[in-house]
Design a binder for this molecule. Structure first.
Ligand SMILES: CC(C)(COP(=O)(O)OP(=O)(O)OC[C@H]1O[C@@H](n2cnc3c(N)ncnc32)[C@H](O)[C@@H]1OP(=O)(O)O)[C@@H](O)C(=O)NCCC(=O)NCCS
Length: 190
């Protein structure tokens, strides 16, 4: 993490979680009540960025499969176009795509201005992890069910909307395609 003065680490069963307030009760509650049990049950891995006296940001991720159906799209043509773009093999029968999911991501509300760039750095951390994982086990996408208030943030970072049909819901499915970065890495001289 490019932030000096903070420590960044993976949460474990005996982590003493420092106070956190991001302005969203669900996200605050997850860190306090669920992050450790989810870690024990292998349901989510949480990473914490903290200062001496408080939690500055956290991120919680897990393995996912993005399921895609025709009714996610406005028309059969746009569905077929999407599938063609995501699968290069001519037999395009797959409807589930391997991914790492950003389950939770939140930055401390009161210090957000001073720590500008932390949200981006945490998402880049996930992208790097997913690229690394590809040497052992395929992962095509990073996914997130993004809150309405954070759609612009994920768009800025290169995430795309899966569907036009979830605009009315509390969260929208978004994905980041790892292939362009993976191709660049594969072409880079050793
Ligand atoms: C959304 C969140 C994680 C962003 O973290 P952050 O540290 O403030 O974001 P960054 O400073 O890294 O911003 C990266 C870029 O996105 C932009 N951005 C940040 N939040 C944005 C938003 N809500 N809408 C549009 N753009 C946004 C920034 O201006 C910055 O752009 P720039 O590089 O051109 O200046 C943080 O605001 C947060 O915790 N929000 C509350 C919880 C939440 O919504 N979490 C997401 C759950 S899915």
């Amino acid at each position: 993490m490019p932030f000096t003065g903070f420590s960044f680490f993976e949460l474990h069963a005996s982590t003493n979680i420092k106070p956190f307030e991001c302005g969203d009760n669900d996200l605050n509650g997850f860190l306090n009540d669920k992050a450790i049990p989810y870690k024990k049950d292998l349901l989510a891995t949480t990473y914490i960025l903290e200062s001496e006296n408080k939690t500055i940001a956290y991120l919680s991720i897990y393995n996912d499969g993005l399921s895609v159906q025709e009714n996610h799209f406005a028309s059969k043509t746009s569905f077929k176009r999407w599938i063609k773009e995501i699968i290069s093999h001519p037999k395009r029968h797959l409807r589930q795509f391997p991914a790492i999911k950003i389950g939770r991501l939140a930055v401390c509300e009161t210090t957000k201005k001073e720590t500008k760039g932390i949200g981006r750095a945490l998402v880049n951390f996930v992208i790097d992890l997913a690229l690394e994982q590809n040497s052992k086990c395929a992962c095509q996408l990073v996914t997130v069910d993004a809150y309405e208030e954070s759609l612009g943030f994920y768009e800025k970072l290169g995430f795309k909307f899966l569907s036009e049909n979830d605009k009315v819901k509390d969260t929208r499915q978004m994905y980041y395609d790892l292939r362009p970065l993976m191709n660049t890495l594969n072409q880079a001289p050793n």
